[in-house]
Design a protein around this ligand. Structure first.
Ligand SMILES: Nc1ncnc2c1ncn2[C@@H]1O[C@H](COP(=O)(O)OP(=O)(O)OP(=O)(O)O)[C@@H](O)[C@H]1O
Length: 461
């Protein structure tokens, strides 16, 4: 069974360093390449889940043939980033139409790019064979999470709009789903839409739908997400990215319970509970006139603050173990768990990508681990632990020192007997003892018992 990868390929001749580190936080592993040929090389040996294709430069255009070969890897969720001018080129339009799951017109915010790639990853995951193990359990014993669970139960009993604020990957969508599942609407649909991943020009029809013939190309009537959530819950993720015209329409819907699909003569009544979420600072967005304050007050009747992973104490370890159980079957080894260094790193690291990042790191480590335990190195968190991986020479030396220590203890520091047991000369044993004194002992071992000076030993016999 082939594991579903979470790796991201980033093809750009002018890579954006800040975006690159965000991609790393989100996907765990990123291969950044500057040419189509280099991308083709990566695709020969690796299987990225998603790929960001920066088509901004002329140079890439000359490699169109190879580019198409790359795009033929249809298990990859391709997202193109390009400017208006390049989008006008028929060849580029064809490639995007044929192979990409989404395209973004530059310049775009990092959040929008990540949103689009996340959406592409989801599309790849549902197309993957076999499907991802379904898991929507919310794990958490910390005070912060226990408080969150109590809040979820309380807000589930009402139909008032809920606003969830929290960093990316903290579990806002999972919280929205938990509210829906515990509410009176649980038998109705739960419809989620990521406002940051949909081109602004399509948002209005995506949300509110249109009638047949409403505009050129509208060959069929289309039901929008709001109407699709009738009698259920509508989850509006990244609400801060909602364009102004959609903000006005959404406000009207919240006030009147009616929507106006494009081309429809009559407004349509819809019964939907709205849960919205954002990781941006809404106060700032309102102050900058990017978000309507009247809409915010309508959406934020009940507010939930999703705690970041770094504030959840021992839940970090609990979640890591939960994810290890979830992905254990993707490893060819019988993994026992995490090394003490890995646990230390899990606590020391500050998790900018929160639970999503933890999932990606654990999943990758499960696949990549070469021993029976997952180390900080497997989690790519080597810098976050005091434990450093051993070279073979160091491992040999440690084993040697341990044997010396034990023999000396058994023979109460009598060098002749210890040396005889170890099968070395007294001189060699003394050299080994000297080396040991100069070194730190391996973790968990008792301190070395200082032997008496050699002269005293001799005189004692
Ligand atoms: N407490 C938790 N227990 C188990 N899994 C969790 C928990 N919180 C989040 N997850 C998992 O972490 C991943 C990210 O969660 P989710 O998509 O809900 O985050 P989000 O805050 O909505 O992210 P974004 O802001 O990027 O949309 C999902 O796979 C989700 O199942």
């Amino acid at each position: 069974m082939e594991a579903v990868s979470t790796m991201c390929l980033y093809l750009s001749q002018a890579p954006d360093a800040a975006l690159l580190s965000l991609l790393k936080a989100r996907f765990g592993k990123v291969e950044a390449v500057a040419s189509v040929a280099a991308a083709a090389k990566v695709l020969k040996t690796q299987r990225p889940a998603v790929a960001l294709l920066d088509l901004g430069s002329e140079a890439l255009a000359s490699e169109q043939r190879t580019l198409e070969d790359c795009l033929l890897h249809t298990h990859v969720g391709w997202v193109a980033l390009l400017d208006d001018e390049r989008l006008r080129e028929p060849a580029v339009r064809r490639l995007i139409n044929q192979y990409c799951l989404d395209y973004l017109i530059a310049p775009r915010s990092h959040e929008q790019i990540l949103g689009s790639l996340t959406q592409a990853q989801r599309m790849v995951e549902i197309a993957a064979d076999p499907p991802l193990p379904a898991d929507d359990t919310m794990v958490g014993n910390s005070d912060a999470m226990q408080r969150l669970f109590r809040t979820i139960s309380k807000v589930a009993s009402t139909s008032a709009p809920v606003f969830i604020s929290g960093e990316s990957g903290t579990g806002k969508e999972l919280t929205a789903l938990a509210i829906h599942r515990r509410s009176a609407r649980r038998d109705g649909p739960f419809v989620a839409i990521n406002c940051g991943a949909i081109p602004q020009s399509l948002m209005q029809s995506e949300l509110f739908g249109y009638e047949r013939g409403a505009f050129t190309g509208a060959n069929q009537r289309r039901i929008g997400k709001v109407a699709a959530a009738h009698k259920g819950t509508l989850f509006l993720d990244e609400i801060g990215d909602l364009p102004m015209d959609s903000q006005a329409s959404l406000l009207r819907f919240l006030q009147e319970g009616q929507i106006d699909p494009l081309g429809s003569a009559e407004p349509v009544s819809v019964d939907v509970r709205v849960i919205s979420a954002t990781h941006v600072d809404t106060d700032r967005a309102i102050a900058a006139n990017r978000f309507r304050s009247d809409l915010y007050h309508r959406l934020c009747v009940l507010r939930i603050d999703e705690p970041p992973l770094r504030a959840r104490g021992a839940d970090i370890e609990l979640l890591a173990n939960h994810m290890l159980e979830r992905f254990r079957s993707e490893s060819s080894r019988r993994l026992r768990g995490f090394s003490s260094g890995a646990i230390e790193a899990l606590y020391n690291y500050d998790w900018p990508g929160n639970v999503r990042e933890l999932i990606n790191r654990v999943r990758r480590a499960v696949v990549m681990a070469e021993g029976r335990v997952i180390t900080a190195e497997d989690l790519e968190l080597t810098g976050w632990t005091t434990e450093k991986p051993l070279t073979l020479a160091e491992a040999r030396e440690q084993a040697e020192q341990l044997a010396v220590q034990r023999a000396l203890r058994r023979h109460r520091n009598r060098l002749n007997e210890a040396a005889q047991e170890l099968g070395v000369s007294r001189v060699t044993l003394y050299r080994l003892m000297g080396a040991q004194r100069a070194r730190q002992l391996p973790e968990g071992e008792e301190a070395f018992v200082e032997p008496p000076p050699i002269a005293a030993n001799i005189s004692n016999r």
